[in-house]
Design a protein around this ligand. Structure first.
Ligand code: DX5
Ligand code: ZN
Length: 223
């Protein structure tokens, strides 16, 4: 299984975004987590296509686009054209989740489905054969810097068990409240794609990133 740190640029300094992405690359990052919010599915609005298109010109990182958007199927093609390598939609945001996933796959990128803290694993378990990743939100989507919700740990465990039982190769991504301590909990529970925003962008970006990548390597080796 591939373990990756996926820094979320939601916590970046947008005045220095290109420079900070270069720093992440230097520190060994391979995946970049890109949070798109529409002010409808979640209360806040972040950024969209022009920003992604612009950073794509300078970066070879894997662009992992997390759409916190109502009816995201309207925008799949646009995000692929902007440079997305994977697109994750929310189960709660789609009228026809299977259709949304098929649109993502037909567009030639990896497909992900995300569930909010209150949404049970059971709601998406029938789709495990169709997706590349499941994103388990470990805070309420909408803002960076929130506290990890302990009740989500069990969902990660449940999902990993299901994936193993069905002998599938589905990644489990976690997003929200990941820091030096909670990272241990999520990796032990079965997550392998680790989103972190405020923790990596706080203070010294390069040092924080290297430190957390080392920690992911160590924790995954000891499983
Ligand atoms: C929240 C976003 C997250 C956010 C995580 O809705 O999906 O990706 O940036 O931020 P932290 O790591 O600060 O909780
Ligand atoms: Zn996210």
């Amino acid at each position: 299984m591939e373990y990756q740190l996926c820094p979320s640029i939601l916590s970046a300094d947008f005045n220095r975004l290109g420079e900070q992405i270069k720093t992440l690359e230097r520190a060994g990052v391979k995946w970049l987590h890109i949070d798109v919010m529409d002010g409808d599915f979640v209360p806040s609005i972040s950024f969209g296509m022009p920003v992604i298109k612009s950073i794509r010109k300078e970066s070879g990182l894997f662009f992992d686009v997390h759409l916190m958007v109502t009816a995201p199927e309207r925008y799949i093609k646009d995000f692929v054209n902007c440079g997305a390598d994977s697109i994750t939609v929310h189960a709660e945001a789609c009228d026809d989740l299977e259709l949304a996933i098929n649109l993502i796959k037909d567009a030639g990128v990896k497909a992900g489905v995300s569930i909010k803290p209150a949404t049970p694993v059971n709601d998406i378990s029938h789709l495990l054969e169709d997706v590349d990743l499941v994103l388990v939100m470990t805070v309420q989507p909408g803002f960076g810097g929130q506290k990890y919700l302990d009740e989500c740990t069990e969902k990660i465990r449940e999902l990993r068990e299901l994936i193993e039982k069905e002998e599938l190769e589905v990644d489990i991504q976690v997003d929200g409240g990941i820091n030096d301590e909670t990272i241990e909990t999520v990796i032990n529970a079965g997550a392998n794609l680790i989103v972190a925003g405020s923790y990596v962008f706080w203070d010294n970006l390069e040092n924080n990133t290297k430190k957390i990548i080392r920690k992911i390597e160590k924790l995954s080796e000891n499983l």
